[in-house]
Design a binder for this molecule. Sequence first.
Ligand SMILES: CC(C)(COP(=O)(O)OP(=O)(O)OC[C@H]1O[C@@H](n2cnc3c(N)ncnc32)[C@H](O)[C@@H]1OP(=O)(O)O)[C@@H](O)C(=O)NCCC(=O)NCCS
Length: 175
Amino acid sequence: MTALVPPSLELYDGWSACVADFGATHMDGSGYHGPPADTSVAGFRAYVAARLGMADPAWEPPAGRVPCSFAWIVEEPGSTDVLGFLAIRHRLNDFLLAEGGHVGYAVRPSRRREGHAGRALALALPMCARLGIDRVLVTCDDDNVASACTIERNGGVLEDVRGIKRRYWITAPAA
Ligand SMILES: CC(C)(COP(=O)(O)OP(=O)(O)OC[C@H]1O[C@@H](n2cnc3c(N)ncnc32)[C@H](O)[C@@H]1OP(=O)(O)O)[C@@H](O)C(=O)NCCC(=O)NCCS
């Protein structure tokens, strides 16, 4: 089973273990870019507050950013293990239209190939619909077989390949 839960201060231990599992690899959908995550309690608190704030319709994004809802992938609501990350960008800017898409996700290395990404993306689609996103753009690198499978299994229709990016559209179920 797979569930999506909002970032939560109660999941510090599970989050820390998840981040350690990713090591230096990129945690798509976590909202981390660039330097390694600050895994101190203070760093975690700031991270959670910032990510929750980005989903607030009142949040005014800096140039190049858009409002975004973050979720953590767990086995079921109440689980303390964090299995991965997922992000839903509320609208597309030029970069997201060309490359990033609406939804990004990653599953921690030790928990891959258990179906979590496929189920997490399926759970994200009605969330997209509730945000007013009827057609969901999901992209992946051309050589990312696992992500391409995840998208196609969820009804993704390939529009094109731009550079190294495969660009798929998924019709979100009615909200
Ligand atoms: C892509 C990723 C999220 C897939 O996570 P996962 O939980 O292992 O995926 P699932 O178990 O749900 O598998 C999804 C599909 O991919 C297939 N798959 C998974 N890993 C695979 C691999 N290494 N090679 C080939 N196919 C693979 C599965 O068989 C499944 O296909 P099916 O639905 O036809 O059975 C994970 O590999 C990951 O986090 N990668 C790094 C970050 C990343 O690439 N994120 C996506 C950015 S676009």
